[in-house]
Ligand binder design. Sequence first.
Ligand SMILES: Nc1ncnc2c1ncn2[C@@H]1O[C@H](COP(=O)(O)OP(=O)(O)OP(=O)(O)O)[C@@H](O)[C@H]1O
Length: 258
Amino acid sequence: MSFVRFENVDLAYAPGGALAVQGLNLDIAEGEFVAVVGPSGCGKSTLMKLASGLRPPSNGYVFVDGREVGGPLKIVGMAFQAANLLPWRSTLDNVMLPLEIVEPHRGLLRKQRAEYEAQARALLARVGLDGYADKHPWELSGGMQQRASICRALIHQPRLLMLDEPFGALDAFTREELWCMLRDLWQEKPFTVILVTHDLREAVFLADTVYVMSARPGRVLLRHPIDLPRPRDLDLTYTDAFAQHVHALREHIGQPRH
Ligand SMILES: Nc1ncnc2c1ncn2[C@@H]1O[C@H](COP(=O)(O)OP(=O)(O)OP(=O)(O)O)[C@@H](O)[C@H]1O
């Protein structure tokens, strides 16, 4: 059974206006790592807003965990291209922010603060930020801030993690380090991931399945399974099998522009 399911979903931002996405059909299993790629403006972020309940579809249905999505979902964690950490809070307090908002954590936080804090510190250590928990965001590099932002997205143990170009602003080396960080977090305790990215290598390295979307109105042009064995190491990105997947995706993204 699908964990996330889109059935013939259209979305127009203005009633009766042009469609941002049209006839979207998706079936994502629990624990699956999905990447969504496509030309700029094809509706990748719109797809995330639909799956997280931030926008209702104009037509069609979105289901998560067997229920039709009717509003913002608590089981979702999100991270974006900008880390968006609050500058007046320490890294630890930034990571703990969702616990102050999302129930049941919100109600338990005062009583169980020490336990929650230990979990946040352990998660920060897990992504290599041991010793940075009490620093402020401006004392961290861009890559460190993005690590913290992913910790913040995961602290309430969401079943669905949505990542909108989380590594887009980072240099190539840092980006690859963060691919490995995300791979390790996901492999340790698989949650369902929808990763929006412009980087086809990132999509092939991380995902089980890559969806290629067309130019506006966004539709799914291709569902491309990545059959490369796991665990995947960066060495894999230099193999022919890896390059073939990247080329196959590139060809489909090229088509609508011709
Ligand atoms: N809040 C909004 N109101 C009106 N139109 C919007 C809104 N958000 C997005 N759109 C339009 O919907 C279409 C899809 O936008 P979306 O941000 O989902 O694309 P994207 O694939 O994520 O883009 P990019 O790759 O450039 O980040 C675009 O044409 C955009 O202009």
